[in-house]
Design a protein around this ligand. Structure first.
Ligand code: AIR
Length: 169
């Protein structure tokens, strides 16, 4: 059995991969080991169940499930494991991702999915949230989380000079 990284990212289609790049990059930034798979909850339900069981047995701590349309992937993952599951709703159809968001956020009590925002921003936040969960039991990672927060604060704008942005008007 190959030992597992801390985070397993699963998406419903290869067409979802571009939206997830920020998730992979952010996990790398934290130095968190991850693996990624394309498994559709609707097209390959049995493969999904065996992957999740195997990943859990190998030691994966957090699952990220990303999908568009009727996006039941993270919900099904949450039904198969007691490890934390983060859902990333993607904009893949006529409803702009609201379909996927509702599919993830309206889980029945007892089967939680931590849903983030729709699309690439949500995908990055899935990585940030995974880092914060893992940091509860990893002091070095907790330091990296704090360092990244400080970096974000330092680069954020505080005051805007009224002359700034004139050229854009
Ligand atoms: N999907 C795949 N199986 C079940 C669902 N909900 C999602 C994928 C993708 C969208 O359907 O996650 O966002 C379209 O997939 P495809 O493969 O047709 O491009």
């Amino acid at each position: 059995m190959t030992p597992a990284p801390s985070v397993a990212v699963i998406c419903g289609s290869r067409s979802d991969l571009p939206a997830l790049q920020g998730c992979f990059d952010t996990l790398d930034r934290y130095g968190i080991a991850w693996e990624a798979s394309v498994i559709s909850a609707h097209r390959q339900p049995e493969a999904l169940a065996s992957y999740v069981r195997d990943a859990e047995a190998r030691g994966v701590r957090i699952f990220v499930g990303a999908a568009g349309m009727a996006a039941h992937l993270p919900g099904v993952v949450a039904s198969l494991t007691a490890r934390p599951v983060i859902g990333v709703p993607l904009d893949a159809g006529a409803l702009g991702g609201a379909d996927a968001l509702y599919s993830m956020v309206q889980m029945p009590p007892g089967v939680p999915v931590a849903s983030v925002a729709i699309g690439a921003g949500g995908a990055k936040n899935a990585a940030h949230l995974a880092a914060r969960i893992l940091a509860l039991a990893d002091a070095e990672l907790a330091e990296r989380v704090q360092a990244l927060r400080a970096e974000q604060g330092a680069s954020a704008e505080v005051g805007i000079d009224p002359r700034a942005g004139r050229a854009e008007r």
